[in-house]
Design a protein around this ligand. Structure first.
Ligand SMILES: C[S@@+](CC[C@H](N)C(=O)[O-])C[C@H]1O[C@@H](n2cnc3c(N)ncnc32)[C@H](O)[C@@H]1O
Length: 440
């Protein structure tokens, strides 16, 4: 059995923290014992004084040395041996590695400072090591001791229901953990990644390794420095880093069918000259790989082709060469499925379909976390025309992104403006494609 003693002026605080959750279960199972020790029990005066003013002046009181040393000696007498830890911002920074090291001791004693801390002689006389839980100052050591006890106690065999679950967590293999999902399968428009419902254990495991590496690279690249990786993992890391440096593979499609009109009927809308020009210019500016103008009507596509040809090959090309450049990555397509095939051929995988809508709803995903999670996948952002995309179309997409919010209740941006604003936001969050656009 593991015994964790906590010397404190607030023993009830420790008692109450460990009356909950897995640690309390561990106590009930007899795997560990938490022993709060009231510092005041080791005072000799009537007032049970544990603190006093500092020599040399200065604000704040200190915990006196005598009760602390006597409390430690009392514990040592009872248990023969204990490892004494002083909680202190000066100490070694606590980590999962330290938690694993402390697991080797059967008896630990934590000294919780209060006020300005403890008399310096306590460290010299009874303390074996000092631990800080981070570069911040708490008002007492009780929370710090509880953090340490909690993370060590859950490593004690049998405390967690499933022996594997502590093996699997963040920091156990030196990395941050991969994302987890539970039911429902779809929540507020966000679905569980396909691979997790595939039943293919190898693919699930590969996905988890990749996500874990991705999250570590994004949030804590320091954890990977100097870490020995196997060949396969090293390759995944290089691919992720390459992707991160390249920027996101972004595509834009302006859809003209199936849209709804002002009566709510599903219709095909017309291509406008301004949408051709202005969205091409925005896409070129922000490094979008291709801008697709999608219309099922041949006559409409023919008009668009003529505009493009004028600016790319006709008089327009010499009149305004940078307009020619803007149209270089504009592609006219008949249907969304053609667009998806086109991207799949280029990228080797299906793009994530991201719908935009001016209407807010609970299932709208926040742009930043979505992009950060998916920056390594090609993305196709869909923009609608008319009164917006039909409901059936919305059901096909992977995510509907939150609308651009205006200053008040009026929110009727032109699709051209919406494209520019979204692209500017994405560029700020992830960076563009860095001159890797694809000539059509
Ligand atoms: C207000 S703090 C004293 C801070 C001290 N005067 C200093 O500046 O380092 C009171 C007590 O809280 C505990 N404490 C505060 N911050 C801590 C941290 N980051 N890690 C561990 N213990 C901490 C220590 O036991 C400390 O003696």
């Amino acid at each position: 059995m593991k015994i964790y003693n906590v010397i404190t002026i607030f023993p009830e605080m420790i008692q109450s923290i460990f009356s909950w959750g897995v640690v309390s279960q561990g106590i009930k199972k007899g795997l560990l014992e938490i022993n709060p020790v009231n510092l005041r029990d080791f005072t000799k005066d009537r007032h049970k004084t544990v603190d006093d003013y500092q020599y040399g002046g200065g604000q704040g009181l200190l915990l006196k040395p005598e009760p602390l040393c006597e409390a430690v000696r009392d514990i040592k007498q009872k248990f023969c041996n204990t490892r004494v830890i002083l909680l202190d911002p000066r100490g070694e920074k606590f980590s999962q590695k330290t938690a694993r090291r402390l697991l080797n001791y059967d008896n630990l004693t934590f000294i919780c400072g209060r006020y300005e801390g403890v008399d310096e002689r306590v460290r010299k006389l009874v303390v074996d090591e000092e631990i800080s839980i981070g570069d911040f100052v708490l008002s007492g050591g009780e929370l710090a001791a509880s953090v340490i006890i909690d993370s060590v106690a859950r490593l004690v065999p049998g405390v967690l229901g499933d022996e594997m679950s502590s093996e699997d967590e963040s920091f156990c293999n030196g990395l941050l953990e991969y994302p987890h999902y539970t039911r429902p399968y779809e929540y507020e428009g966000l679905k569980v990644p396909d691979v997790l419902v595939s039943g293919n254990h190898k693919e699930i495991n590969d996905w988890r390794i990749k996500e874990s590496l991705k999250i570590t690279l994004q949030n804590r690249p320091d954890l990977l420095k100097g870490k020995a990786l196997n060949k396969e993992t090293d390759e995944i890391v290089s691919q992720i880093v390459k992707r991160m440096n390249e920027g996101v593979s972004l595509y834009v499609a302006l859809l003209h069918y199936p849209m709804v009109d002002k009566h709510g009927d599903v219709v095909a809308t017309s291509i406008t000259n301004m949408d051709l020009h202005d969205i091409s210019r925005s896409c070129r500016t922000f490094g979008v790989k291709n801008y697709f103008v999608v219309n099922p009507l041949e006559a409409q596509r023919e008009i668009a082709r003529r505009v493009l040809t004028h600016w790319q090959e006709g008089y327009g090309a010499t009149y305004n060469p940078n307009r020619k450049e803007a149209f270089e990555y504009t592609v006219i397509k008949e249907s969304l499925s053609e667009v998806i095939d086109f991207i799949e051929q280029k990228e080797g995988c299906r793009p994530l379909l991201i719908a935009t809508s001016a209407k807010d709803a609970p299932n709208r995903a926040k742009l930043e976390p979505f992009l950060k999670e998916n920056y390594d996948k090609p993305m196709l952002i869909l923009f609608g025309t008319g009164w917006g995309m039909s409901e059936d179309l919305m059901k096909l997409v992977d995510v509907i992104i939150e609308p651009i919010k205006g200053a008040g209740s009026f929110n009727h941006l032109s699709v051209r403006s919406a494209v520019a604003i979204y692209l500017n936001k994405i560029n700020g969050l992830l960076g563009g494609n860095k001159d890797e656009q694809q000539a059509n």
